[in-house]
Design a protein around this ligand. Structure first.
Ligand code: PXG
Length: 290
């Protein structure tokens, strides 16, 4: 695998970042996780737009334009002969002194890794997930806005550890007011009658690109799509529940905090949305080889 670092390609064993990079020292940087299907990068523009929005929020100047960044992602995929894969794009604050002031960092670094995707086991999609609410709440907007896809994921990692300690793969994260925010690396949806509901961004959800696509699929299917504040009670009494993310796509949820959702198996609307999402990912995207 060839890794892109600041305009050059390196073999895996030579792809290195300094221990003085503030991305490592302080988690000072941002990232994106992107998928390629059938030789096309899915929703590339949206991912690059979100990367630039995260950069703006942390006052990080990305040394490439939107168009150059898109080209760099495509070129890295081509170089690695990616057909179906996972792309990790990160921008670090760069090398600085041991003090946390980013003023000491002269140049941000851009890293692009285009490799194989580690898929969730097929069983998760067939049987659905059993998830739990965890004690760690989602970061406050007023502290570290969850809309920023920063290199500091400790909030999510702590929640993931708590879910694992409770024997589950995923965690429902609430915000400081007790409303549902999202999961550790996925957005959360419920279905109630003809309504497709997901927490608003203001509740502490990431502006998920899969979330946006799925809301569109729901509207196309004639569902009423809304973003109300949701409580655990709403989750427990949903007809169906599923998670969305670039890596996971759509994963059905069948149990939350010991309460069985619907009839305890992936619901019909969730299954239909999974099929529509797969059709879309296989047919559209920024071409790698044209
Ligand atoms: N919420 C959070 C907190 C995320 O980090 C999502 C929702 C889903 O967003 P997208 O745009 O992907 O639909 C994410 C993003 C990984 C990995 O390695 C994936 C994410 C985050 C961190 C790691 O698979 N997902």
């Amino acid at each position: 695998m060839k890794i892109y670092i600041d305009g050059k390609y390196y073999d895996e064993r030579n792809a290195k970042i300094s221990v003085f990079d503030h991305g490592l020292l302080y988690g000072d940087g941002i990232f994106e996780g992107i998928r390629a299907y059938n030789g096309r990068v899915f929703r590339l523009r949206e991912h690059i737009d979100r990367l630039f929005a995260s950069a703006k929020a942390i006052l990080l100047t990305i040394p490439l334009s939107h168009a150059e960044m898109m080209k760099a992602v495509i070129a890295t995929c081509r170089r690695n002969k990616v057909q179906d894969g996972y792309i990790r794009l990160l921008v670090t604050r760069g090398i600085g002194t041991l003090g946390l002031n980013p003023k000491s960092c002269k140049a941000p670094s851009v890293v692009i890794i285009a490799g194989k995707i580690q898929l969730y086991p097929e069983e998760y999609y067939e049987k659905g997930l059993d998830i739990i609410t965890v004690p760690t709440v989602r970061n406050l907007h007023s502290a570290l806005n969850p809309a920023i896809k920063s290199l500091n994921y400790l909030n999510n990692i702590l929640a993931k550890i708590e879910a694992n300690n409770g024997g589950c793969e995923e965690a429902v994260m609430l915000n400081s007011e007790g409303f549902v925010a999202e999961c550790t690396g996925d957005n959360l949806f419920i279905i109630k009658g003809k309504q497709l509901l997901t927490p608003p961004l203001s509740a502490g959800a990431l502006y998920g690109i899969t979330r946006e696509v799925v809301m569109g699929l729901g509207r196309d299917a004639g569902m009423s799509v809304a973003e109300p504040n949701l409580t655990r009670y709403d989750l427990f009494n949903a007809d169906e529940c599923f998670l969305t993310g670039t890596g996971a796509e759509l994963v059905p949820v069948v149990k939350i905090d010991g309460r069985i959702i619907g009839d305890g198996s992936p619901g019909p609307i969730t299954k239909a949305l999974v099929a529509q999402y797969r059709t879309l990912t296989n047919s559209v995207g920024e071409s790698i080889y044209d």
